[in-house]
Design a protein around this ligand. Structure first.
Ligand code: FES
Length: 289
């Protein structure tokens, strides 16, 4: 057939200038799109996209999850460290005779402590004071000073050892870790970096810290007695604070141990890094908050 004839070059035509191999079967290829066992190009590309997305997601989540899980699991090596005789820390205990607003109610002591772990090298504040510092009377606006002094004296005269406790506060700011300083004037701690403020028990009163100052285990023991490791683990070596505060036993010693974190309700938690909330909604969203 000549090239100018109507069917020249049409599918199935054996005519034209081409002289190579020619298809002889023009039946359409079978459609495998409904066959789950057949890997079409579209399905292959979809699988590649899904696998790539999984790898990217893992690249983001694995470090985050690892960070969140590794911290609590991180082994810490702490031991009890002697910081001094009890008489150095249990100052100005109740009862108070003829108290006035200038009467010292307990005391805050600052000292540096060196421990077996680099984290254990820290400055701590040992606070012997009221469990509820907010219970201390404050002058009402316009209140006569004699009336206030009388009201204060009545309150202070009623204080007992049960109103006091002994805590050790780490001076590491719970925001980004700057060292906080105790301010006797405000009976609290202030952070020089971003204005974080805490009360005498280390609870947040202002600024960006997401939780209170961390604390360190503290206990009073009788250094003249010995205990087994099991008894120490059970706390049987501890001298009750109310007993120690009024005791003249020169062998009573104060020891500090493992640090831990607390929330504003003073519930205890494993030690967290600065910036990490330990309770509440934000603690579940960290580090995305
Ligand atoms: S580090 Fe203390 S407020 Fe920021």
């Amino acid at each position: 057939m000549a090239e100018d004839e109507p069917n020249a070059g049409a599918p199935g035509s054996q005519d034209g200038p081409y002289t190579g191999p020619r298809a002889t079967d023009f039946t359409p290829e079978p459609d495998h799109s409904d066959d789950p066992g057949y890997l079409t190009r579209t399905r292959f590309l979809s699988n590649v996209a899904i696998a790539g997305g999984g790898v990217l997601t893992a690249a983001i989540l694995v470090p985050v999850v690892g960070f969140a899980v590794a911290q609590p699991l991180k082994g810490e090596d702490y031991r009890w460290v002697y910081i001094g005789p009890a008489s150095e820390f249990l100052k100005n205990p109740p009862p108070y005779a003829n108290p006035s607003p200038s009467t010292k109610i307990g005391e805050v002591t600052s000292l540096a402590v060196s421990g077996p772990d680099p984290d254990a090298d820290r400055r701590i504040y040992v606070v012997y004071g009221l469990k509820d510092p907010g219970s201390r009377p404050q002058p009402e606006p316009g209140e006569d000073s004699a009336v206030f002094e009388s009201r204060f004296a009545k309150w202070a005269s009623g204080l007992t050892a049960a109103d006091f406790d002994l805590i050790a506060i780490w001076n590491r700011c719970a925001h980004l870790g700057c060292p906080v300083a105790y301010s006797p004037g405000s009976a609290g701690y202030v952070c020089p970096c971003h204005g974080g403020a805490y009360n005498s028990r280390g609870l947040v009163t202002g600024g960006p810290p997401p939780r209170p100052l961390d604390r360190v285990d503290i206990k009073i023991v009788d250094g003249s007695k010995s205990y087994t490791a099991e008894q120490i683990a059970k706390g049987e070596d501890r001298v009750p604070l109310a007993v120690a505060a009024t005791s003249s036993n020169p062998n009573l010693q104060v020891l500090v141990g493992k640090p831990y974190s607390i929330d504003q309700q003073q519930e205890t938690f494993p030690l967290a890094d600065p910036g990490v909330p330990v309770s509440g909604t934000l603690s579940h969203m960290y580090p995305f908050t």
